[in-house]
Design a protein. Structure first.
Length: 592
């Protein structure tokens, strides 16, 4: 038997569980093209959801009766990154009714919406642009009109039928060459008031046009236009009647020229009175990097008749006496102009490669021999028999492989003598120089490195001969002028010169000098390496002499000419340049 207190407790618990028998399981939001959807998922069907549209606060409120939900589901999420009408969604328990859940949608602009139930789901559909729900046949017109605020003075709100409304509006309100993109219409009227013509254009185009009452006092129009873009028709009507257009979102406000001029004058007069009533303040702007005299010239156009601008050269400061609005403008301009001058580190690398290859193959002194028809055998002049000698010796200036053969007597052949030369030489060299220099924007920088070598000289006079030394100088220099663009790129004017010593004509002669020079102008991204090349030389030489006709004979011609001595020389200069801005953030440059 259950006691009464326990029974009442169980009864209360059962009733509380009954009141929370339905639960909100998920809140999902998505945007597809011109429609946004808020999807509420419940654990059961027949959940009561009441929708209210608070026009003045630009909010849609959904009150869900007798449901429970977890904190994970009742979260707030930002939808402002979407381009639709909803910018924020939040869900929470109502303090006055803890058994209910409220979902609030904050809108950019008041738009129409439609709510429907599909089983366990309740879906709220919102249009992201006026007229989308009607065009997609979602909901009937009477239901949608209940949530639309309509000005009683206007006849209706048109539904735009073009996806390029902004382009049409800009075309109507901006000067320059116009390109009409509106739907083509046919208009045939006679003595029709201008306001009625504008209404016909609005009906045909589906565009929102607001016109003042004095438009109806303009002379009537007679027009016969066939297949003409409606925006061109509207532009023509405005031009014929001295009308001007003012854009307000997707609405075009038509005004007469006199009315527009009057409003502009009233606005300018009001602005002038406001400026005259605004107090004069004094502000000191210290200038850190720019020239205060130059800034004085630039900022002079921002000073009104009541204001004044002075320079303190000692502290490099600007003293401004102006209204607060003018001071704010000057401060903003100074923020862009008074920045560090960009400094550029120029890293360069000169790589020069030499390669030489030479051969010398053949007889150096020709072939000499004699013939003795009387001799009986192999013996030399001393009676000791035949003689044979072989030699291979170095030559000054390098190792030269030679093979010399000398036979004094071999049978009836005497004094056979020749020297065969076999030589192949190869040399390679790689010279690298890496100059670096730092300079400022539009300031030329020069880095020079020189190498001096001395050679002996002799001076002879009538009385004596004296010796001395003279010098040769080879120079490596780089001259660069960087200009930094606003996006962080670097325009470089380069002048590179590289001189290098080579061989000497004679032992005491001055060294020969080879000069390489590059002048160019290139646009480089910050920190990017460019390669400048093209200084490539190639030389192939071959010279020989000998007995005419005999030196050209096949097989035996090499006995009658100098050695075969081809030589090949190659040289190439490649320059790598890497400019880098070392104070990009301080100079106010954007990253590239």
């Amino acid at each position: 038997m259950i006691k009464k207190p326990v029974f009442f407790f169980l009864l209360i618990f059962s009733l509380s569980q009954l009141s929370y028998s339905k639960s909100l399981e998920a809140i999902n939001f998505q945007q597809k093209n011109e429609l946004s959807y808020l999807d509420l998922l419940f654990d059961s069907e027949n959940v009561e959801v009441v929708k209210n549209h608070v026009i003045q606060d630009k909010q849609i409120i959904l009150d869900i009766k007798n449901v429970n939900s977890s904190e994970r589901v009742m979260r707030a999420f930002d939808t402002s990154e979407f381009t639709g009408a909803v910018v924020f969604v939040s869900a929470y328990k109502r303090p006055s009714s803890p058994n209910d859940v409220r979902v609030v949608l904050q809108l950019r602009e008041n738009v129409r919406s439609k709510i429907r139930t599909e089983g366990k789901r309740t879906i709220l559909t919102l249009e992201n642009r006026f007229g989308v729900l009607t065009r997609n046949n979602i909901g009937n017109e009477d239901e949608l009109k209940q949530e639309t605020v309509i000005n009683k003075k206007s006849t209706k709100i048109n539904v735009p039928k073009s996806d390029t409304i902004e382009d049409i509006l800009e075309n109507l309100t901006l000067s320059g060459r116009k390109k009409y993109i509106g739907k083509k219409i046919t208009l045939n009227v006679k003595d029709l008031p201008v306001n009625n013509v504008l209404e016909m254009i609005a009906d045909a185009s589906g565009f929102n046009i607001i016109q003042p009452s004095d438009v109806g006092t303009l002379p009537p129009l007679t027009m016969n236009l066939v297949n003409t873009p409606w925006d061109q028709v509207l532009d023509t009507v405005m031009e014929l009647n001295d009308l001007v257009a003012q854009k307000n979102g997707s609405i075009l406000i038509i005004k007469t020229l006199s009315q527009a001029v009057k409003e502009a004058e009233e606005k300018a007069s009001a602005e002038q009175k406001r400026l005259e009533a605004e107090p004069i303040l004094t502000k000191v702007f210290p200038v850190s990097y720019a020239d205060a005299t130059t800034l004085n010239t630039i900022l002079g156009s921002y000073i009104s008749e009541r204001g004044a601008l002075q320079i303190d050269n000692r502290t490099n400061s600007l003293i401004v006496k102006e209204t607060q609005s003018a001071i704010d403008r000057i401060k903003k301009v100074l923020g862009f102009l008074d920045t560090q001058t960009p400094q550029v580190l120029i890293e360069s690398k000169f790589v020069e490669v030499f390669e030489e290859h030479a051969k010398e193959i053949g007889l150096t002194q020709g072939l000499t021999f004699g013939h003795d028809p009387i001799s009986k055998g192999v013996e030399n002049a001393a009676g000791t028999g035949g003689g044979f000698s072989f030699s291979s010796a170095p030559v000054a200036g390098g190792t030269r492989n030679t093979l010399g053969v000398s036979i004094e007597r071999y049978g009836k052949l005497t004094n056979l003598n020749f020297t065969l030369q076999l030589l192949e030489s190869e040399s390679k060299a790689k010279i690298v120089a890496s100059p670096r220099v730092v300079t400022k924007h539009k300031v030329a920088a020069t880095l020079t490195s020189s190498d001096k070598r001395y050679f002996p000289t002799t001076t002879t006079t009538d009385t004596a001969t004296t010796g001395g030394y003279d010098e040769n100088e080879a120079e490596l220099s780089i001259k660069v002028t960087p200009q930094v663009t606003n996006d962080g790129s670097i325009d470089l004017n380069l002048d590179l010169t590289k001189e290098q010593f080579t061989n000497q004509v004679a032992a005491n002669a001055p060294f020969n000098i080879v000069k390489r020079e590059i002048k160019t102008s290139v646009l480089v991204d910050n920190g990017t390496t460019i390669v400048i090349g093209g200084l490539y030389t190639y030389a192939k030489r071959e010279s020989h002499s000998g007995v005419p006709f005999l030196k050209d004979l096949p097989l035996v011609g090499w006995l009658f000419r100098t050695p075969y001595n081809p030589s090949v020389e190659k040289a190439e200069l490649v320059v790598f340049i890497t400019p880098r801005i070392i104070n990009q953030d301080e100079a106010g440059l954007t990253a590239n």
